[in-house]
Design a protein around this ligand. Structure first.
Ligand code: FAD
Ligand code: UDP
Length: 389
């Protein structure tokens, strides 16, 4: 792997495949091509690091691994993806747990029997919780609010969801799609894990090492601080491009701008051993204005840290302006209309493949981005590449 950190215009020369974006999608594509063919790959990345939003760094003062774009928890049920990622890193056995602060009390999230018993005193058995939840179900679940109330009931909606969602989406919950809330499970038992996936954990030696291992091949060149659109990117007949940037930007926003939500992160090193006692705590009231606080040392209890130091990160959410990093697709009806047009255009661009979170305008967890890149390689790219090993 060669990493070049100054933009150059000659980047396309010599590369058989140009990958735009060094997030998990782009890294997986590059790794597969290098491992299975004799083709050369150049990855262009506009940021000054690889790894996309899953990037992390070690804070000097505390030796804590800070996830630059918020806590990234790896979890999957997909054995193929699990086997694949284990080629590059070992994982600790961390199981993610989230707590929510609402009206001065701490609750376990997602809602489980313990949380339900706090809101509805007397509900203390699986059967009672099942009956309670059964009573919430509504026929109309077409929008976020109806779906949420149908899943957790009015009281829990008011306590945990209404204000948090207001802070996070700044959109009337009736105008949000229902699937945003249906990703959060409601449990009738005492399982307090955030994810129920079979395979979960964090990379033992950190995300940075994992990302570097993926592209440790002399056929791969990475060019940081290089925006695909700010350089001469004429694609030769015999070259392929895998584009993982925003799909609307590729087409010069000709059907309009797709809506994204962005996040602001405020990081602080504190002279404390432990600030909140857990990796993530959600703040479900309208005040404070942040939605959650990450405290990264709890993600790796197996590590040694500098005593008396911890790193916390407050997360604020807002609509993304033109200059902001796009994080979560808002996906309104108008966004979906535009997306269909962009997707149609994408099918007509020769030798360019679109993928990843930004290229598909879809919220993808890491395991989904990796699975989708593995499929693109196997089903479309590999058969096109003459000279495969
Ligand atoms: P990205 O990681 O976004 O990478 C795309 C890269 O392309 C970026 O580095 C970008 O700079 C680059 N790029 C874009 N345009 C250009 C251009 N024109 N030229 C050059 N480079 C360009 N997933 C989980 O599984 N667990 C979690 O806990 C989790 N938490 C998350 C928390 C947050 C706040 C966010 C936003 C996402 C989270 N995710 C999580 C999702 C995870 O970040 C994505 O699955 C993953 O980033 C997808 O990889 P990607 O390669 O598609 O996109
Ligand atoms: N949510 C909420 N209160 C919480 C946690 C989540 O209202 O304490 C809602 C919120 O609308 C959020 C959605 O549930 O967007 C999905 O939660 P998840 O943690 O998956 O959201 P993410 O942070 O990944 O967007």
């Amino acid at each position: 792997m060669r990493v070049v950190s100054e933009p150059r215009v000659e980047w396309t020369r010599g590369a058989d495949v140009v990958v735009v974006g060094a997030g998990f999608f782009g890294l997986t594509i590059a790794e597969r091509i290098a491992a299975e063919t004799n083709k050369k790959v150049t990855i262009l990345e506009s940021r000054d690091h690889i790894g996309g939003n899953a990037h992390s760094y070690i804070d000097e003062a505390s030796q804590v691994e800070v996830h630059s774009y918020g806590s990234h928890l790896f979890h999957t049920n997909n054995l193929k993806v699990w086997d694949y990622v284990n080629k590059f890193t070992k994982f600790n056995d961390y199981k993610h747990r989230v707590y929510a602060i609402a009206k001065g009390e701490i609750y376990s999230l997602p809602l489980n029997l313990q949380t339900l018993s706090q809101i509805y005193p007397g509900v203390t058995s699986v059967e009672a919780a099942t009956n309670l939840i059964g009573g919430f179900a509504r026929e109309n679940r077409e929008n976020f609010q109806d779906m949420a109330i149908s899943l957790v009931g009015e009281a829990a909606y008011e306590l945990f969801i209404k204000n948090y969602t207001q802070k996070q989406w700044q959109t009337d919950p009736k105008k949000l799609p229902p699937d945003i809330i249906s990703r959060l499970p409601v449990r009738t038992n005492l399982d307090g894990r955030y994810f129920s996936d079979k395979y979960q954990g964090l990379p033992l030696n950190g995300y940075q090492k994992w990302h570097e291992r993926m592209i440790d091949d002399e056929k791969i060149t990475v060019q940081l601080k290089t925006d695909f659109f700010e350089n001469n990117h004429e694609i030769k007949e015999n070259q392929f491009v895998v584009y993982t940037g925003p799909i609307d930007r590729y087409f010069d926003y000709k059907h309009g701008v797709l809506g994204w939500r962005t996040l602001d992160f405020e990081t602080e090193v504190l002279d404390l051993d432990d600030f909140q006692g857990n990796s993530v705590v959600n703040y479900c009231d309208l005040e404070p204005a942040y939605t959650r606080i990450h405290e990264f040392k709890h993600l790796h209890p197996e590590r040694e840290y500098v005593p008396g130091k911890t790193v916390i990160m407050r997360e604020f959410s807002r609509f993304a302006g033109e200059k902001d990093e796009p994080y979560y697709p808002i996906n309104t009806e108008s966004d979906r209309d535009k997306l269909l047009k962009y997707r149609e255009d994408a099918t007509r661009v020769k030798n360019v493949f679109f993928g990843g979170r930004l290229g598909s305008y879809q919220y993808l967890d890491m395991h989904m981005a990796i699975a989708s890149a593995l499929s693109l390689f196997e089903n479309e790219l590999k058969p096109l590449m003459r000279g495969s090993k």
